[in-house]
Design a protein around this ligand. Structure first.
Ligand code: PEP
Ligand code: MN
Length: 348
């Protein structure tokens, strides 16, 4: 359940409520919004039999939550969450762009990708270092060296880093290189990894599992949040359906559903959904129009030579043209998105 606190309630009354809940062995999570404080209560509520929480000073109402997720539910933070990463934020007015290659392949490649990402107005540089490939014989990523190169390239161009970790054992050594930990579609229900990522406190980009329902996906987010890490950005990347024309089916409806059910920011990854560069501009425009908070786009200085996902990565011209479109669609949707093109870096 969540307990909605009346505006203007004295701190002492808040503390009394929290103390009472904790004394009963319940876990308490606070959401302090601009206009309201909400207390998320986790645990077996039967310990509260005989206690009428609704009558305690400061309590406005109690909202029972029957879903598998509580902290990820809209009721916990009705005004919506803005995830702060470095000096940037995801979920606010600024439209987020995460761009970069499928995998970090070399110093030259990731620095070039960073330059292109920056020119297009991206705030984040992505690049896989631990690649979850279908075949064990396919390129597996540069691992720690890849993370180092990603960080160096991002710093050079004033970008923040996002990269996937495939095991909880990597979190400690990766922490220095990552602003955002990506949990990939294949690990979206790796509960141990989710919990440890939650304990790390590092912002998380949580992809939707390949065959995960929206409820299951939000429950995955709950695993992270229940460990005290509320900095989660959801990422829809297409789900597996009977359709084979695209690599996965981009579930645009997920934007409407997630915005109704959860307060977490949501971005769209049309690259892994479509699997084909030509489809990405159209899916990206749809995502902005439907209310997504950002995009993740695979960008490579020479897509044809990419060591993974060659068919879906955009080259420089394609990416910049996409970004010009996104700036217009973002403005029409009440968002801000600025390109940073040209050698001098003038905004347009
Ligand atoms: C990726 O973004 O590098 C990736 C592997 O995506 P997904 O987990 O969505 O397949
Ligand atoms: Mn990829």
């Amino acid at each position: 359940m969540v307990i909605v606190i009346k505006p203007g309630t004295q701190q002492q009354h808040m503390d009394d409520i929290v103390r009472l809940l904790e004394s009963k062995g319940l876990k308490v999570h606070l959401s302090v919004g601009e206009s309201r404080t909400i207390i998320g209560v986790i645990g077996d509520k039967s310990v509260l039999s005989g206690v009428n929480i609704g009558l305690l000073p400061g309590v406005e109402k109690i909202v029972p939550i029957t879903e598998n997720y509580k902290l990820a539910s809209k009721a916990f933070r009705p005004e919506g969450s803005v995830v702060k990463v470095g000096g940037r934020s995801v979920g606010g007015r600024e439209f987020a762009m995460i761009a970069g290659p499928c995998a970090v392949e070399s110093r030259e490649q990731i620095f070039e990708a960073a330059r292109i990402a920056r020119a297009g107005g991206a705030q984040f540089l992505r690049g896989g270092a631990y690649k979850p490939r279908t075949s064990p014989y396919a390129f597996q990523g540069l691992e720690k060296e890849g993370l180092k190169l990603l960080r160096e390239a991002a710093s050079e161009y004033g970008l923040l880093t996002v990269s996937e970790l495939v095991s909880e054992s990597l979190i400690d050594e990766a922490a220095a290189y990552l602003d955002v930990i990506q949990i990939g579609a294949r690990n979206a229900q790796n509960f141990r990894l989710l919990k440890e990522t939650g304990r790390s406190g590092i912002p998380v980009l949580l992809k939707r599992g390949i065959a995960e329902t929206i409820d299951e996906w939000l429950a995955s987010a709950e695993y992270i949040m229940s460990e005290g890490n509320y900095n989660i950005i959801l990422c829809e990347r297409g789900i597996r359906t009977f359709e084979t024309a695209t690599r996965n089916t981009l579930d645009i409806s997920a934007i409407a559903v997630v915005k109704e059910k959860s307060h977490l920011p949501l971005i769209i990854d049309p690259s892994h959904a479509a699997g084909k560069a030509a489809y990405i501009p159209s899916l990206s425009r749809a995502a902005v129009a439907a209310g997504a908070d950002g995009l993740m786009i695979e960008v490579h200085p020479n897509p044809k030579a990419a060591l993974s996902d060659a068919s879906q990565q955009l080259g420089e011209e394609e990416f910049l043209s996409l970004c010009r479109d996104i700036a217009k669609f973002a403005a029409a949707s009440g968002r801000e998105y600025d390109l940073f093109e040209g050698n001098g870096g003038g905004k347009c």
